[in-house]
Design a protein around this ligand. Structure first.
Ligand code: TMP
Length: 212
């Protein structure tokens, strides 16, 4: 039996780290064998590519270069971590995946989505997440939370309008792919956010148990 692929998405400051940990614990408590990973990254080579992508010294990186580095890291990650785990029946919980490329490189940078779709096809074929949890907050709330952290990386240095486009692009995808997306109102108190996550995962696990 194949495992499942769950991705977590959202702009900066939505509480991804805290909620990833909650989701992980919830899956473990439900008896799932879970691999937690992230993009860009998740492999030694992918983490090296991540450092290039986030390094503020490459401010102004060509958007096509950025796009291809994202997919280069993704190809390695899929081959070495994600696909082998799923084929072995494990559940993979991934902090961001290709929807982040549509949101940041497509929405944020304004790259043609046809270009992204072509690379998606090349690197993934028909492989897609089974469930995507979108943690959503208004941009000013997210940026205020993220702003309290350490030195901003190359993406965190972007302007409010960039993140408005990223957020809008995520919300558009959530409407378009409403079968696999669950939008979580992450502006609520943490206990309420985690209640929403528990309901979304409960429904997903019930449906996947029924079809396996
Ligand atoms: P993180 O710090 O939330 O893990 O993500 C690193 C940054 O990379 C974040 O600002 C979003 C960005 N990103 C993209 O622009 N495109 C992508 O495909 C992915 C996976 C991340």
């Amino acid at each position: 039996m194949q495992g499942k692929f769950i991705t977590v998405e959202g702009i900066e400051g939505v509480g991804k780290t805290t909620n990833m940990e909650f989701i992980h614990q919830h899956l473990l408590a439900s008896g799932k064998d879970v691999v937690v990973t992230r993009e860009p990254g998740g492999t030694p080579l992918g983490e090296a590519i991540r450092r290039l992508l986030l390094d503020p010294q490459y401010k102004g990186m060509n958007p096509d270069c950025e796009l291809q580095l994202m997919f280069a890291a993704r190809a390695e990650h899929l081959a070495k971590v994600v696909r082998p785990a799923i084929e072995a029946g494990r559940w993979v919980l991934c902090d961001r995946f290709t929807d982040a490329t549509y949101a940041y490189q497509g929405g944020g940078r304004g790259l043609d989505t046809g270009k992204i779709a072509a690379l998606e096809q090349l690197v993934q074929g028909t492989f897609r997440p089974d469930l995507t949890l979108l943690l959503d907050v208004p941009v000013e709330v997210g940026l205020a939370r993220a702003g309290n952290r350490s030195a901003p990386d190359r993406f965190e240095q972007e302007k409010v309008e960039f993140f408005e486009r990223v957020r809008q692009s995520y919300l558009d995808m959530a409407r378009k792919h409403d079968g696999r997306y669950r939008v979580i109102d992450a502006g609520q108190p943490l206990a309420q956010v985690q209640k929403q996550l528990a309901v979304a995962m409960g429904t997903f696990m019930q449906a996947s148990d029924a079809t396996d």
